[in-house]
Design a binder for this molecule. Structure first.
Ligand code: NAP
Length: 401
């Protein structure tokens, strides 16, 4: 007779009838909120129970992205407290918004998947019974849409994670587990930012300015911009990062450390100096791209949004998905109104957009931009590096062996 074991070792794939009671996970708790290197601690946690529309996955590899730098900080959202307010019991968070693995258990209402299937997880979690989604609405606009492994618990940083079946995409056999796990969050977010917001979707020969070109989002945005026959220019803080971006297809780069006007617009500071620096930044863009950017991929937020809106072309769009430097945006309205620019929020992607990105990667038209693989034990360290902006370029994965 098969007994359900208490635990299994990292990287082991159990038989479906021998799923252990406990799993190892990198866990965040409220009394550890702050620096990622202290916030994450390896703990034994009960393997989660499934709801009828969910699937349990034995994680083979996880991706690293900014979501769990925020979760570790407990800012701008205390994700644990938020879920407790919504009725969940766990006073801890297992993050990880990118992953790939093997299905080991299936909820009783799930159709179209089987035990043993190898899948990539897309992190857009939603309730298929939501009235808006049932009517065919874009799930990302639903109030039930959540970033899996950030707003939801039991993400990819445990031996087992649980997902809605709508998050499961078949893993292409030509990708390694680490490649499969690293690109979906950044790739699909960049894809939607560039393609979703009509009439400001990317067109041939458009100029696209990409902040943080060597980061996860930036690496995918550079490649996608080239894929659409447009021209990417990036902003970075070192020559080495600039050269990495060129290797991915960037036309040129601007070093942001050559400027000092960053931050919110403050009436008491010298606006002449700030405007002169913005004009100089604009000249740098024009000297590489010979025009003003039609689309600007924004995510630093507070420090850069005044400049983004200043340099954006007439009728152009600044599309923003994050606030790495802060969430209070300020900008000068006169030029924004007169030149009829657009500021557009963008949040991850819908399942169709995820499938398109997966196809591009599977067909070899888009690289996952995986530059480094770390061990499970290194999850706290790599999030700390990401917070301090000293992490490896492109996308990063965790191997579960
Ligand atoms: N809403 C969504 O669905 C969604 C999805 C993905 C990402 N995001 C957000 O987007 C942001 C970036 O994510 P990521 O995965 O690309 O992170 P990442 O890999 O850490 O890259 C971020 C880049 O930002 C740049 N940066 C850091 N500080 C900066 C500053 N003060 N001014 C200008 N640039 C700065 C850095 O480049 P340099 O230092 O070289 O300039 C870095 O390479 C995060 O805030 C994340 O939460 C949101």
């Amino acid at each position: 007779m098969n007994h359900r074991p208490l635990t299994i070792s990292l990287g082991e794939i159990p038989d479906p009838d021998r799923i252990p009671k406990y799993m190892t996970a990198q866990v965040i708790r409220p009394d550890r909120f702050g620096e990622p290197k202290y916030a994450f601690v390896e703990e034994e946690i009960p393997v989660p129970r499934l709801k009828p529309d969910e699937v349990l996955i034995a994680v083979r590899a996880a991706g690293i992205n900014f979501n769990n730098v925020w979760a570790a900080a407990g800012y701008p959202l205390d994700v644990i407290n938020q879920r407790i307010k919504e009725g969940e019991l766990e006073n801890y968070h297992i993050g990880g918004s990118d992953g790939a693995g093997i299905i080991v258990q299936i909820g009783n209402k799930v159709e179209g998947f089987k035990i043993g299937e190898e899948i990539i997880i897309q992190p857009g979690s939603f309730d298929s019974e939501d009235a808006w989604i049932k009517k065919g609405g874009d799930p990302t606009f639903s109030s039930k849409f959540k970033a899996w492994g950030y707003e939801t618990n039991f993400g990819a940083f445990g031996q087992f994670c649980k997902v809605k079946s709508t998050q499961c995409l078949p893993k292409p056999s030509n990708l390694s587990w680490e490649e499969s796990a690293c690109f979906m969050l950044t790739g699909a977010t960049a894809f939607r930012m560039l393609t979703h917001w009509n009439p400001n979707h990317i067109r041939k020969n458009d100029l696209v300015l990409i902040w943080g070109g060597s980061g996860g989002l930036g690496a995918m945005a550079i490649q996608l911009t080239r894929k659409f026959e447009a021209v990417p220019i990036v902003v970075v803080n070192s020559l080495e990062k600039g050269n990495f971006c060129i290797s991915l297809g960037a036309e040129g780069y601007i070093l942001r450390n050559e400027y000092s006007h960053w931050g919110s617009i403050n009436r008491s500071q010298s606006s002449d100096l700030s405007e002169e620096q913005m004009r100089s930044f604009q000249r740098s863009i024009r000297s590489i791209g010979f025009k003003d950017p039609n689309i600007i991929i924004e995510h630093p937020g507070e420090d850069t949004i005044p400049t983004s809106l200043f340099v954006c072309d007439r009728e152009g769009m600044v599309v923003i998905c994050g606030g790495t430097t802060g969430y209070l945006g300020s900008f000068e309205l006169k030029n924004f109104i007169k030149h009829q620019k657009r500021l557009q929020g963008s949040h991850f992607a819908n399942p169709e957009e995820c499938k398109k990105v997966l196809k591009l990667v599977a067909d070899g038209e888009l690289s996952p931009a995986l530059t480094k693989v770390f061990s499970f034990l290194e999850i706290p360290k790599i999030h700390q590096q990401m917070k301090e902006n000293i992490h490896p370029y492109g996308n990063i994965a965790i191997r579960f062996v």
